[in-house]
Design a protein around this ligand. Structure first.
Ligand code: ADP
Ligand code: MG
Length: 632
């Protein structure tokens, strides 16, 4: 008997599960499914993203629905249209061997009358976004007065997005005696409020530690100057030729702009945000799922809950305003037990957020440096070598081999390899010769910063050392508050607070120095005298914790006119804009076509007809074959 059978699931579901390829239930499934099957109960289930919550409610729901009754029996509320479609699709998969179950998705941006018509035909399960659902209720297009089950999926997100009123209003339109199942990654107060208000004695299930991210995701940050953010993003993409990522920006505008820049620079990227039409969004998601896009640049709202397998990296191009949101971002990777990396590109002024996030996710970040050009070069060459090795040969090539052999026959194997790889390598080396200046400059600057830390302190702030720290139960926030209070200073007068175990650092402007020295050196903390000194070895804005915020600059700076270009299938990059033809991602070329497509989300696959059409390169690295699936 397999594990799913032991949970009490019926034949048709077990068959569907077999098709899905799920071998064992996840923890939240193991806990929730038997309880939900056994009796009609309310439930609050907290589990991190990517832990299989959809099936945890979906399996028992499908089993409990009466397929012979065409009335609406269940309502699933979910935060976004993408998620709504995703859940609908999942539920359809789960119920494919269960005759007569209809699942209908209800979400904004599509025809409401069409959705109403589908419901009229008999939908036992409606999966809806709160806004559109409310709309349908108001227009009398749907009847949820007799439902037996109401599921609030990603409840924290729905509330984050401001759906509280809608949810309350929708729930008050449902009968009291239904069962309510609430699924959420986190339990902020608003969620607790909904639970309290609308649920009676809910069973509670918690998987993992509340609020913590997935253990399969590792977290890294890269410290850069604000102006190097974009350059850093490109470097990271170049250093990960097989990257398949969601890149988060804070605003729709940035999302659109970054995606466009990436596309212009030859990466296979696309934007996903709320200003796109539904059709555009669907198109982008389809291409992303199909791996024709390597970098999906998205807003938080648009990407919420998106479940695409095997995302290798989540890139926080900018950190979110709400730290909680970080969890939702990083949850786009490391799904279903796969490993993933969440990267933060961070500037000095945002560094403190990293520590706050660490506390919430209960995991440490690793600080990394943006790979140097040479490192990227090496990675790309190895990638090329592997690609050559793995390339499947199409026997059409045999027709051309005699002529080719004719040209190459005098070369030994070693020479041939050397020359083949040099096709790419020469480009890199030419580029780095040209740019050596820049990178050494940056090295000098780094040294200068280390030896003259005060100079790095661009605002002329004064850095202090103080003999209290985490041992005294301070973290940076509480220490900052303590200092502000003790010194009677304003909100932003104490900054760059960095708490160590037995001591800490902080900054103020020079005008406060006298006060700091005088007041602090004369107070006692629980009987111990506080000692504050002007820091000699940690001047400026430098935070030496893990070298964070240190004098390290972003690594080699902007690279003149060189923009590493990559083909869609992730091969070499180009060093010379003029002589190297732009490369088309074989199958991955999402380009903005300014002439034909509207600016907003006007990405379409370039079929080669426009004046921006990329020409294929003569280099062997640019196979015009449709690209192979990246992994698995
Ligand atoms: P959550 O809602 O908790 O964020 P999802 O329900 O979207 O997570 O599931 C995440 C991924 O895990 C999906 O790709 C799903 O198909 C997969 N998955 C769910 N349950 C299992 C399982 N028991 N075995 C293998 N994969 C699973
Ligand atoms: Mg989910």
């Amino acid at each position: 008997m397999n594990k799913f059978e032991q949970l009490g699931l019926n034949e048709s579901l077990l068959k569907a599960i077999l098709d899905l390829g799920f071998e064992n239930p996840s923890e939240v499934q193991e806990k929730a499914i038997p309880l939900l099957l056994e009796k009609d109960t309310d439930m609050v289930a907290l589990a991190q993203t990517g832990t299989g919550k959809t099936a945890a409610f979906g399996f028992p729901l499908i089993q409990k629905i009466d397929a012979d009754n065409r009335n609406t029996q269940a309502l699933v509320l979910s935060p976004t249209r993408e998620l709504c479609l995703q859940i609908t699709n999942e539920l359809k998969n789960y119920s494919k061997y269960e005759k007569g179950i209809n699942v209908v998705a209800v979400y904004g941006g599509a025809s409401i009358t069409e959705q109403a018509r589908e419901i009229k035909r008999g939908a036992q399960i409606i999966v809806a976004t709160p806004g559109r659902m409310q709309d349908m209720i108001n227009r009398g297009l749907v009847n949820i007065k007799n439902i037996d089950y109401c599921i609030l999926d990603e409840a924290d997100e729905m509330l984050n997005m401001g759906f509280y009123e809608d949810i309350v209003s929708i729930l008050s339109d449902t009968p009291d005696e239904k069962s309510t199942w609430l699924f959420s990654a986190t339990m902020p107060q608003e969620v607790a409020r909904i639970a309290k208000q609308f649920m009676s004695e809910p069973l509670e299930i918690t998987v993992g530690t509340k609020n913590s991210g997935s253990a399969t995701v590792s977290h890294e940050f890269y410290l850069v100057n604000a102006r190097d953010r974009y350059e850093a993003l490109k470097r990271l993409a170049d250093a990960n030729p097989d990257i398949f990522s969601v890149v988060f920006c804070r605003t729709k505008r940035d999302t659109q702009a970054i995606a466009e820049k990436l596309i212009e620079d030859g990466y296979s990227a696309a934007a996903l945000h709320g200003d796109l039409s539904q059709a555009q969004r669907d198109g982008v998601m389809k291409s992303f799922r199909g791996r024709q896009i390597q970098m999906l640049v998205a807003t938080d709202v648009a990407a919420r809950g998106i479940d695409v397998d095997n995302v290798t990296h989540v890139v926080n191009y900018q950190l979110p305003d709400e730290i909680e949101t970080y969890n939702h971002r990083s949850g786009r990777t490391g799904r279903a037990g796969k490993l993933g990396t969440s990267i933060v590109i961070v500037t000095k002024s945002e560094l403190r957020k990293i520590s706050s996030i660490e506390r919430i996710i209960k995991q440490k970040f690793e600080e990394k440096s943006i790979p140097s050009g040479i490192e990227i070069c090496e990675i790309q060459l190895l990638h090329l070598a592997n690609k050559i090795k793995d390339t499947e040969v199409d026997h059409e090539i045999d027709n051309y081999l005699p002529a080719i052999n004719n040209v190459l026959e005098d070369l030994s194997k070693e020479e041939l390899i050397k020359k083949m790889v040099s096709v790419e390598f020469n480009r890199f080396i030419a580029y780095y010769k040209k740019n050596r200046d820049l990178s050494s400059q940056s090295g000098e600057r780094r040294e200068r910063n280390d030896s003259e830390p005060r100079e790095f302190n661009n605002n002329g702030a004064v850095r202090y050392f103080v003999n209290i720290g985490s041992r005294d139960n301070f973290d940076w926030m509480t220490l900052k508050d303590y200092l502000k209070e003790t010194l009677d200073l304003g909100r932003d007068d104490v900054f760059k607070v960095d708490v160590k175990e037995g001591f800490s650092f902080f900054n103020t402007d020079p005008e406060h120095t006298d006060k700091v020295m005088e007041v602090l050196n004369n107070v006692q903390l629980e009987g111990r005298r506080i000692n504050v000194e002007i820091s000699k070895n940690d001047g400026g804005g430098r935070r030496d914790h893990n070298n964070r915020g240190g004098g390290r600059s972003s690594g080699p700076r902007r690279e003149g006119s060189f923009a590493p270009r990559r083909e869609g299938s992730g091969g070499g990059f180009r060093s010379d804009r003029n002589s190297a033809p732009r490369r088309e991602g074989s199958g991955g070329g999402f380009r903005s076509d300014r002439n034909a497509a509207p600016r907003e989300g006007g990405f379409r696959r370039n079929e080669g007809g426009s004046d921006r059409a990329p020409r294929r390169s003569e280099s062997f690295g640019d196979s015009p074959r449709p690209r192979r699936p990246r992994r698995d």
